[in-house]
Design a binder for this molecule. Structure first.
Ligand code: F6R
Length: 241
């Protein structure tokens, strides 16, 4: 695990985007695993800058997102599909047929999980997986638990995650309680992983991720077992380390 401590959110965004940009330059047809949430917004802004100034070409890039809420229409502005088109895909030359997210409206959840697993396999796996981190140590929606799921599955969100998401929804009833997510094996099979973290709210969990015992109670601690993980975190996120 390489840990890069950077000054603030902007520097985290530039550094993480720099790694993704290098991947695209070295392998223009790479498969990116993408995340949503507040953390990667700045990273996506940097990638759009790179595209606009002619340094980056997404025409052969493929992507698979980590997760999607169950029950949200892609046009719902809280869906991860909406987020990705709004914050990245609509601003670069990635082809529509080349980006993938789980279908939150799928009627048969088991079938949808199998379909999404198959897409990831058919692309040959993920070259670079971008991750954020939940304040409870979740990655994707693999929540702290006695046991973790290997493959794409429908996850029940914990109260901690539901509360963390509450700010984006009008009422408690509107907050999704389940999400399709890559499993831990899916994430750990990525050839390279970049985890970005910013802000004081992440300070408490970061020591457990980096130095803590490897435990399903902190799903991100499993990343210690991966041969190629880069953590880019700002001073606030690493303030308790
Ligand atoms: C998002 C995802 C989540 C977030 C995590 C941190 O696709 O899988 O694990 O990365 O909840 O969210 P933010 O960045 O909003 O703090």
């Amino acid at each position: 695990m390489r840990v890069y401590k950077v000054k603030n959110y902007d520097e985290m965004s530039r550094q993480a985007a720099g790694i993704i940009a290098s991947m695209i330059t070295l392998n223009p047809a790479c498969v990116l695993g993408l995340a949503t949430g507040s953390t990667p917004e700045g990273i996506y802004r940097e990638l759009i800058k790179g595209y606009n100034n002619g340094d980056l070409d997404f025409s052969e890039v493929k992507s698979v997102n980590l997760d999607e809420y169950q029950g949200l229409d892609p046009n719902n502005d809280q869906s991860y599909y909406y987020y990705m088109t709004d914050k990245l895909f609509n601003h670069v030359n990635i082809k529509k047929e080349n980006y993938h997210l789980p279908n939150g409206l799928a009627e048969d959840a088991a079938k949808e999980c199998a379909r999404y697993d198959e897409i990831i396999k058919s692309l040959g796996g993920v070259d670079l997986q971008l991750l954020g981190i939940g304040i409870n140590g979740h990655i994707g929606f693999n929540e702290p638990s006695e046991k973790l799921e290997k493959d794409v599955h429908l996850a029940k969100l914990t109260e901690s995650t539901i509360n963390a998401n509450a700010r984006f929804f009008k009422s408690y009833d509107d907050i999704p309680k389940h999400a399709f997510t890559m499993g831990v094996r899916t994430i750990m099979s990525a050839r390279k992983i970049v985890l970005a973290a910013s802000g004081k709210s992440k300070a408490e969990i970061m020591p457990a991720v980096i130095n803590g015992p490897i435990t399903t109670a902190v799903p991100a601690s499993l990343l210690q077992l991966h041969p190629d993980v880069t953590i880019i975190a700002d001073e606030d996120a690493l303030s308790l380390l």
